[in-house]
Design a protein around this ligand. Structure first.
Ligand SMILES: [Zn+2]
Length: 160
């Protein structure tokens, strides 16, 4: 698994900054899809950051990790950064976004492999349980959300 550290290299809000949190407040890993088609060469991360800052008026990109269709993992925020991606659950969650619109097609094999590897690493690093690896729509208050449109039961099974 190839991880590219994008921290400090992405567009951020001119004034706003995310709050920090202690590592022991992390209990969940939230899985998202980007609802956008893959832009070759990893420009997706840049585009998401710009959208989150300019359109959403957020301090910076919302996700902690973005996984490209080619399997590259982009680290976008430190785990201690309380960024925005799952509302009132942000405080306790790491956000992982897979590039793609999985209501139309599935993740690529290499992307799915990288997702499993990354999640396994995060589970080991932060003591998150497999049961707490949740799709966005599995969080309380987000049943209506069509995100991430991947079979989360299968993903959790594939992790064990
Ligand atoms: Zn989502």
């Amino acid at each position: 698994m190839k991880i590219v550290d994008m921290r400090g290299k992405l567009p951020v809000h001119p004034q706003k900054r995310y709050q920090e949190r202690p590592l022991n407040s992390i209990y969940y890993i939230a899985i998202h899809h980007s609802l956008t088609d893959n832009i070759p060469g990893g420009s997706d991360v840049e585009a998401f950051a710009r959208y989150h800052v300019e359109t959403n008026d957020w301090p910076g990109i919302g996700y902690h990790y973005v996984i490209d269709a080619d399997g590259t993992v982009y680290k976008c925020n430190s785990a201690t950064t309380k960024s925005y991606h799952v509302g009132k659950h942000n405080r306790f969650s790491l956000g992982v976004c897979l590039v793609g619109d999985f209501s139309n097609y599935p993740p690529t094999d290499i992307q799915y492999q990288a997702t499993k590897e990354l999640i396994q690493q995060l589970i080991n690093a932060y003591g998150v349980t497999v049961d707490n690896v949740l799709g966005h729509s599995e969080f309380e208050g987000y049943k209506w959300k069509k995100c991430p449109c991947i079979n989360m039961d299968k993903l959790r099974r594939d992790l064990t």
